[in-house]
Design a protein around this ligand. Structure first.
Ligand SMILES: [Zn+2]
Length: 137
């Protein structure tokens, strides 16, 4: 945040000179810790103010995705819920219980279309289903 009395003109001049020396500047294009210009120019924006915001969907690891949903009753401490659970909840029109397991019909955890998801009441039922389907992927 600029301080009161911060001089815009000085800022512009700095920015201009950097753009001239840009490619010769060792930190050119790195856009990070080393560049005081970018540090000032890019305030900490996140969430819906971020131009790269894609509905808050991010990788969970293991091929799974999670979605930012801070108002969700079962969001994790960072405000995320697993995307496949979120999608199925929309489809069912209710929140899933913690015990309920969402199964990816095609076996691809990245395919989170509602048609690819089904719910099992608990872990055991889900395992039974997988055992009954040995031989399938
Ligand atoms: Zn499954």
């Amino acid at each position: 945040m600029p301080k009161p009395g911060y001089r815009q003109t000085a800022n512009h001049r700095k920015k201009h000179s950097v753009s001239i020396v840009g490619e010769k500047n060792p930190s050119y294009g790195k856009r990070g810790e080393k560049s005081p210009i970018y540090g000032k120019k890019r305030p900490d924006i996140s969430g819906s103010q971020n131009p790269n915001w894609k509905g808050g969907i991010t990788s969970q690891g293991g091929g799974y995705f999670k979605k930012s949903s801070p108002d969700h009753p079962r969001a994790d401490s960072n405000g995320y819920v697993l995307l496949h659970r979120f999608v199925l909840e929309k489809k069912l029109g209710r929140f899933l219980r913690t015990k309920e397991i969402v199964h990816h019909i095609d076996g691809n955890p990245g395919n989170n279309s509602a048609e690819n998801l089904m719910v099992f009441p608990n872990f055991i039922e889900h395992m039974k289903f997988h055992k009954a389907n040995i031989g399938e992927k």
